[in-house]
Ligand binder design. Structure first.
Ligand SMILES: Cc1cc2nc3c(=O)[nH]c(=O)nc-3n(C[C@H](O)[C@H](O)[C@H](O)COP(=O)(O)OP(=O)(O)OC[C@H]3O[C@@H](n4cnc5c(N)ncnc54)[C@H](O)[C@@H]3O)c2cc1C
Length: 414
């Protein structure tokens, strides 16, 4: 695989861009792999990448029922932050955020990481106390955040309205090195690097069954035939319950639709991300100038990838009171993705009751930010049988009552 560089761009400019290679190969499935990953979203691809990079395991297939990055990875609002409350969460999200800092260089692919800063607004006394507590916890965890005054919020975001009709802005939890990245580029960068290591990314390949022998996985059934494997990683976000069912175990997961919308592009007016969790909306500005807007999940389970009108109205109402200029914007498009939510709003990175089957799910409304960190830890779990980043997120925590409660950091925020 030829490296991307300024020199390569100049060379191709001189020969009408005829020399670029395909970013990844599209091979036919082999009969057997050491590891099969189901799901070519960011987490599945990152897992495969770190299996190869950190453990030299490259006889790997990543099976995708649609197109790579076409699930939640290509549908999210790209917020990256690590200001969670509990220690295991701070560890994995901060590992992920720090990997993002150098991911473009690592993958030789521009993922457009933009550490522009994220503010989570405090709009009730309860939120002020909660976010101050998180800032103190983050200080102990080595995560750099601070609680800032309303005046400082206004300096950072001049278009904000501090005196909302329902809730005034009383301050905010500010993480200066948080931000955004280009979601498709993250998937494409990992895919290209996996393909360069000789791994097989097989799109339009739906897993329809999991084969077992005496409690151990032996392979998968797909619409392109049976494929054998020694180990199986299930990384399918909103479809986790289905895959677990195929493998013969149950997950404490709900699948619901989460949606987002973007406006027409406008001139630069906001250079950070703002989340208003009490009124329930958040916004950032894309490099093209569109205002990227998100809200909450539907209140019922579904697999529609659409979302309901009720939530568009709720979200726009929240945004109009926080940023009155939004009232004059035209919205261009709206979409949804199916997110997988656990009771404690923390992910599951775990062995399963089936020997050789590992599950990575439950990232809910906020897993894009965790993509490289999740891949790093999950690859270690698959390769070595345990990982310090993943151990606390095992399935057994639900039986043992060891919940990692992130309902404040992740219940509304993304
Ligand atoms: C509207 C919206 C906004 C969001 N905003 C943010 C945000 O700002 N910040 C943040 O951190 N997170 C955000 N998220 C959450 C984030 O997108 C997800 O947590 C994350 O992308 C999950 O990645 P993944 O790789 O696990 O899943 P996915 O990208 O969904 O990948 C799973 C893949 O598995 C495939 N698959 C499923 N079943 C099968 C099968 N049987 N066989 C083969 N393949 C299969 C799917 O086609 C899919 O491509 C948002 C989500 C949505 C929907």
């Amino acid at each position: 695989m030829k490296r991307y560089s300024a020199f390569a761009v100049a060379r191709e400019a001189l020969r009408y861009h005829m020399g670029w290679e395909r970013a990844w190969a599209s091979p036919e499935p082999k009969k057997k792999y050491d590891v099969i990953i189901v799901g070519a979203g960011g987490h599945g691809l990152a897992t495969a990448y770190y299996l190869g990079k950190n453990f030299g395991i490259t006889n790997v297939a990543i099976l995708e029922k649609g197109w790579l990055g076409g699930g939640n990875t290509g549908r999210n609002t790209t917020i990256i932050r690590s200001n969670y409350l509990q220690d295991p969460s701070a560890a994995i999200y901060e590992k992920s955020r720090s990997l993002y800092e150098t991911l473009s260089q690592d993958l030789n692919y521009n993922v457009m990481y933009s550490p522009r800063g994220v503010i989570m607004l405090a709009q009730t006394e309860h939120e002020v106390r909660g976010y101050k507590r998180t800032a103190h916890a983050n200080a102990l965890q080595g995560v750099s955040t601070e609680f800032i005054s309303p005046q400082r919020v206004k300096e950072i975001v001049p278009i904000i309205n501090l005196d909302g009709p329902r809730y005034p802005v009383l301050g905010g939890l500010w993480q200066a090195r948080a931000g955004t990245a280009r979601h498709d580029a993250v998937a494409w960068g990992f895919a290209r690097a996996c393909s360069a290591m000789g791994m097989d990314i097989i799109q339009k390949c739906e897993v329809t069954g999991v084969s077992r022998d005496g409690g151990k996985v032996t392979g998968v059934t797909t619409n392109r035939g049976d494929i054998a494997c020694d180990k199986l990683g299930i990384v399918v976000a909103g479809n986790s319950g289905h895959l677990a069912d195929m493998a013969g175990f149950r997950l404490p997961i709900e699948s619901v639709s989460l949606q987002a919308l973007v406006s027409e592009p406008i001139k630069p007016c906001m250079d950070c991300v703002v989340m208003a969790n009490t009124v329930h909306g958040y916004m950032s500005q894309s490099d093209k100038g569109e205002m990227v807007i998100g809200g909450g999940t539907d209140g019922f389970n579904s697999y529609t990838q659409r979302g309901s009108f009720h939530h568009i109205e709720e979200t726009v109402r929240a945004l109009v009171e926080t940023f009155p200029m939004v009232a004059r914007l035209k919205m261009l498009r709206q979409w949804g993705g199916i997110v997988d939510i656990t009771g404690d709003r923390s992910p599951i990175l775990s062995k399963t009751p089936v020997d050789g089957v590992f599950i990575n799910s439950g990232w809910g409304t906020g897993g894009f930010k965790a993509t490289p960190g999740s891949g790093w830890g999950f690859a270690e779990l698959i390769a070595k049988g345990h990982s310090p980043l993943c151990d606390e997120f095992s399935l057994t925590r639900f039986k043992e009552g060891r919940f990692i409660d992130e309902s404040v950091a992740a219940g509304v925020a993304h």
